[in-house]
Write a protein that binds this ligand. Structure first.
Ligand code: UTP
Length: 296
């Protein structure tokens, strides 16, 4: 068995340009899905998967996010005075989610650069990376499965979703080294946003990773790639092709997942989460049915 990751790195230093103007002064990770910021779902998932130390890689103007995971003495004492325990619990929940740490990326120079800003935090241990705007269904065991696969193989582990052929050009795609066995695929290479006819598979990479400490060395040497940024995928491609830092395997995820940094996906996630709630679901479903019927 290989060492079990305890630490999670959550990069949140991106500019969120797809969501302007909402993200001009507010981090996109703080946009609410129903009544909870996207980032809280991500941190809850990390903690539920057994990760105890969370490092946010932040940038400028991310104070709202830092405040969300800190105590709010004034608000808490007002709610206490009112005897509103239910709301007090909601306010206190994010502060009780494990040990939270911060490091500044020093400029949005790419996801690979953000992950490398965590090098001294993760040190010589394997660690998880969760993208701060990628949401998977609540109670999903994706991350736990990835940790188990890492324990067995010692490889870097990426999360994969199977997408329709005509959509693969929007994603980072893997080249499989063999067939899927029990939901796991060995990866021999990655292709960023391939043309449909050139895509080596229909498996797209999503924002969950278990990485070996050796990835930092590859990232440190990595030249800027797409968009002039240091890309995590480029370092993983090298690890996969040359079997470095433990090589790469993929875990196929067949549950619900949303890129909350994309407007349409964000809307879908909002509706999905709201329809699952007892307080909002029935009212929203009834309205949706009526709305769709009238829109025909
Ligand atoms: P995205 O590419 O979705 O983020 O990165 P972005 O650049 O903020 O978004 P758009 O495309 O301009 O709308 C995925 C995750 O990686 C983080 C982002 O904050 C996001 O959570 N990231 C990205 C960093 O932390 N640093 C970077 O340099 C780039």
């Amino acid at each position: 068995m290989h060492a079990t990751p305890r630490k999670a790195v959550i990069p949140v230093a991106g500019l969120g340009t797809r969501f302007l103007p909402a993200t001009k002064a507010m981090p996109k990770e703080m946009l609410p899905l129903v009544d909870k910021p996207v980032i809280q779902y991500v941190v809850e998932e990390a903690v539920a998967s057994g990760l105890t130390d969370i490092l946010f890689v932040t940038g400028r103007d991310k104070y709202a996010l830092e405040n969300h995971f800190d105590t709010s003495a004034d608000l808490e004492s007002r709610l206490e005075a009112k005897g509103d325990q239910e709301k007090l619990d909601l306010v206190q929940a994010p502060t009780e989610l494990g040990n939270i740490h911060y490091v500044r990326q020093g400029g949005a120079k790419g996801l690979g650069h953000a992950v490398n800003a965590a090098a001294s935090f993760t040190s010589d241990e394997p660690f998880a990376v969760l993208l701060g705007d990628d949401v998977v269904e609540e109670n999903s065991d994706l991350l736990k499965t990835m940790i188990a696969v890492h324990g067995k193989t010692g490889a870097n582990v990426v999360a994969l979703v199977e997408v329709p052929r005509e959509e693969i050009h929007k994603y980072g795609c893997i080249k499989p080294a063999g067939p899927e066995v029990d939901g796991v695929i060995e990866v021999s290479d990655f292709v960023e946003k391939p043309k449909t006819e050139l895509a080596p598979s229909n498996f797209a990479v999503i924002g969950r990773y278990i990485l070996n400490p050796g990835i930092h060395e590859l990232l440190a040497k990595q030249e800027p790639g797409a968009g002039g940024e240091i890309q995590l995928t480029d370092a993983l491609a090298k690890a996969a092709r040359e079997k470095l830092a433990g090589g790469v395997v993929g875990v196929v995820f067949r549950g619900e997942r949303y890129d909350a940094g994309d407007k349409l996906e964000f809307l879908k996630a909002t509706v999905l989460l709201a329809t699952k709630r007892d307080d909002l679901g029935p009212g929203l479903m009834a309205w949706l049915k009526d709305f769709v019927a009238k829109s025909k």
